[in-house]
Write a protein that binds this ligand. Structure first.
Ligand SMILES: Nc1ncnc2c1ncn2[C@@H]1O[C@H](COP(=O)(O)OP(=O)(O)OP(=O)(O)O)[C@@H](O)[C@H]1O
Length: 263
């Protein structure tokens, strides 16, 4: 029995001759906010893809809630409590804000095909519950007023928020955020930092954050792991990571300077 929600144990994946993630050990507690950083091509998104079931590790193990999840498909993992957002936003562009989130709530609801066709009493009640659940969530993130807008018509920052809300609608225990600050202006980044902390505290979930913006990562993460060429080269608090010579060398090619906040 592990005390950790997620436990990557020497997780490795090779693509032909390239080892994209090598012997990665990463543990995340049930209400921990962890950052995963590293230069371009270091293996961060591949690590996400291992955790979310897009890839199966070539070797090593990954446990979630103390059970191995290796070989499980993404939809099975979403049901278990792992939700993610993507580097490039993947909303249902022509669906409304409401329907984007509604689609995600279906995961933990099933009223049976016959009941759905007959639109029986329990179906109607369930639909009302869904509507309330979706509106409550949208309300928390100040998106309820936009419920009927098409997702594609939202400003960029709100599209990112909607993608996060949609992930939360699956009721995750672990939320994987892949470069949520990409393309945001400084004000939106500031709001995003508050939003991520708010989510952690309100929903009491674990969050793994891949992010290039050092100000965001250093500002909110409790623990940070650093990848370079697929290998973890450092792990620690933001203060420890900023001073780590291996991390400085990985980012700047020199051990003389500290990791730049504006990277
Ligand atoms: N399906 C794949 N087939 C072959 N090589 C792959 C595959 N997926 C990733 N790679 C390679 O694995 C390495 C790690 O890629 P990955 O996208 O995980 O890096 P990253 O740290 O997320 O980079 P970035 O910060 O630029 O998004 C890269 O060399 C990439 O080309």
């Amino acid at each position: 029995m592990s005390d950790f929600l997620l436990d990557m144990d020497h997780a490795t994946i090779r693509f032909g001759g390239l080892t994209a993630v090598s012997e990665l050990n990463l543990k995340i507690g049930p209400n921990e906010l962890v950052g995963l950083i590293g230069p371009n091509g270091a293996g961060k998104t591949t690590a996400f893809n291992l955790i979310s079931g897009v890839y199966k590790p070539t070797s090593g193990n990954i446990t979630f809630n103390s059970s191995s999840i290796c070989g499980m498909k993404p939809h099975q993992l979403t049901k278990l409590g792992i939700a993610r957002t993507f580097q490039n936003i993947r909303l249902f562009a022509s669906l409304s804000v409401f329907d984007n989130v509604r689609a995600a709530t279906q995961l933990h609801r099933s009223h049976g095909i016959l009941n759905s066709l007959w639109r029986g009493k329990s179906f109607t009640e369930s639909e009302r519950e869904v509507e309330k659940e979706v509106l409550d969530l949208l309300d928390i993130f100040d998106l309820a007023r936009l419920r009927d807008e098409e997702a594609k018509s939202l400003p960029y920052g709100n599209q990112r928020r909607l993608e996060i809300v949609r992930a939360l609608a699956t009721r995750p225990k672990l939320l994987l955020l892949d470069e949520p600050a990409a393309g945001m202006n400084p004000t939106e980044k500031e709001e995003l930092m508050h939003l991520i902390q708010f989510i952690k505290d309100k929903f009491k979930i674990a969050i793994l954050l891949v992010e290039h913006d050092m100000k965001v990562v250093m500002g909110i993460c409790q623990k940070i792991a650093v990848l370079e060429y697929g290998k973890k080269i450092a792990e620690g608090t933001p203060e420890q990571i900023q001073k780590d010579p291996k991390v400085i060398a990985a980012y700047l090619g020199t051990e003389d300077e500290e990791v730049n906040d504006d990277a």
